[in-house]
Design a binder for this molecule. Structure first.
Ligand SMILES: C[S@@+](CC[C@H](N)C(=O)[O-])C[C@H]1O[C@@H](n2cnc3c(N)ncnc32)[C@H](O)[C@@H]1O
Length: 426
């Protein structure tokens, strides 16, 4: 594997420790000023992939390691063993190389150098694990705080399905700029989904895919593409895209011919919206502002509010989230979402529509928010989304959509989302 492999592995180890010991998210750790700063693009990608795979299968790795350890190893050693176990049994790395690399990693760490022999012995045993035994390991469970909430909301069978979806990871979904999913799927040898996204089973490097440079598509989970489709802007219609960055939905609205004003509080994230617009040749007005303080020049007929949330619907893409967040870290978001809904409704013209969405699996960030908003605002009503691709079991009792990672299991799943459409009567 050479120098490159060693660099990527030790970076993956730092990422694992950052998530598991310091409870930081992968997004924070891989930021430009973060842990991977000195690595080249190949090593960065490999380090992230390895760390993500290890987090996705952590419990399974621990179960395989347990019989080979007399006592629980200290965290630094445990992470080396977990990383190599997942590399060998899940990623299919050659055992000899992965074991040697783990021994080298142990030797280079102050707290682990005395245990390099143990690493060697344990991993040689791990490498003998029959593939069927690894495959038969149940998927990683969600942490208790989240599992309990999802169990009460959606039931045990759903939780089992969601955990299986998390273990399977996520395919790469693209949104075609011209809306022609069949043509793009044909070009890529991919699948056109009924909702208009294009799904690639074996993604590879995104920037090397045909059409990237010309901005013919952008990466966006199939479920994440639905709120803008439900808002369905008319040609030339003025649309407010609130909480817009990094801009997946802005691009959809602009590509549909709307006159979009995209608002986001983060200047750094807004810079990504600008980059995405430039690559795709689309236009939107960009406003960097806190939407709770900002007022549009005139009330709008169409508003999309993609509020900040726990992102618990995206765990299959971000397996670090259950380790980095907990109930206390996400609770303050609930009140903020309610404030944002009220603020967005204050910008809505009579007869106008607001699509509210979150990439969350928690009713507190979806069903509960909209039920409470309808009670607070007598002039507002729910309008059930209508589209030929909406499956009956996606609909909630209040006429919204509840999407879960265990839906479309035969197609490769979807991110979890809640999507509701509200209208101002009159
Ligand atoms: C779920 S993300 C939006 C994703 C985006 N709509 C897309 O499709 O690419 C939530 C966004 O809300 C922004 N945000 C958080 N608080 C905000 C506020 N008070 N005002 C405006 N934007 C805010 C964050 O910066 C973040 O970019």
């Amino acid at each position: 594997m050479g120098e490159t492999g060693e660099n990527a592995r030790s970076a993956a180890l730092r990422l694992l420790a950052g998530v598991l010991d310091e409870r930081r998210t992968m997004a924070e750790l891989v930021a430009p000023d973060g842990l991977l700063g000195a690595l080249g693009p190949g090593d960065r990608a490999r380090a992230q992939r390895l760390a993500m795979a290890t987090l996705r299968h952590l419990e399974r790795a621990d179960r395989v390691l347990k019989p080979h350890l007399r006592k629980p190893p200290p965290p630094a050693l445990r992470h080396i063993l977990r990383l190599a176990t997942v590399e060998i049994l899940e990623e299919g790395a050659a055992p000899h190389g992965a074991v040697n690399a783990a021994v080298t990693l142990a030797r280079s760490g102050q707290r682990t150098q005395a245990m390099a022999g143990l690493v060697n012995a344990v991993l040689r045993n791990v490498a003998d694990t029959p593939p069927a035994e690894w495959q038969a390991q149940p998927p990683q469970r969600l942490p208790g705080w989240l599992r309990g909430r999802l169990d009460s909301a959606w039931g045990r069978a759903a939780v089992t399905g969601i955990e299986a979806a998390h273990a399977a990871g996520a395919p790469l979904d693209l949104t075609p700029k011209d809306g022609d999913a069949a043509a793009l799927a044909g070009l890529m040898g991919a699948v056109a989904l009924p909702t208009g996204s294009v799904r690639l089973a074996t993604p590879g490097q995104v920037s090397a895919l045909p059409g990237y440079a010309t901005g013919a598509w952008w990466v966006q989970d199939a479920a994440a593409a639905l709120p803008a489709k439900i808002l369905a802007p008319r040609l030339g219609e003025r649309v407010l895209d609130l909480c817009a960055a990094p801009g997946g939905k802005t691009l959809q609205l602009a590509a549909a011919g709307a006159q979009v004003t995209a608002v986001d509080v983060s200047a750094a994230r807004m810079a990504r919206v600008a980059e995405n617009l430039e690559r795709t040749g689309l236009t939107a007005e960009l406003v960097t502002a806190d939407l709770l303080d900002w007022t549009p020049p005139a009330p709008a007929q169409a508003i999309l509010l993609d509020a900040p949330c726990s992102a618990t619907g995206t765990i299959r893409r971000h397996p670090d989230l259950p380790f980095a967040k907990d109930a206390a870290t996400i609770k303050p978001l609930f009140a903020m979402q309610a404030q944002m809904i009220d603020r967005a409704l204050s910008m809505l013209a009579p007869g106008g529509r607001l699509v509210f969405c979150t990439c969350s699996l928690l009713p507190e960030e979806g069903e509960v928010q909209i039920e409470a908003a309808l009670a607070r605002h007598p002039g507002i009503a729910a309008r059930p989304p209508e589209a030929p691709w909406i499956e009956p079991h996606w609909r909630t009792a209040h006429g919204a959509l509840r999407l879960r990672p265990d839906f479309w299991a035969e197609r490769g799943g979807m991110d979890g989302f809640y999507i509701a459409c509200l209208v101002r009567i009159g």
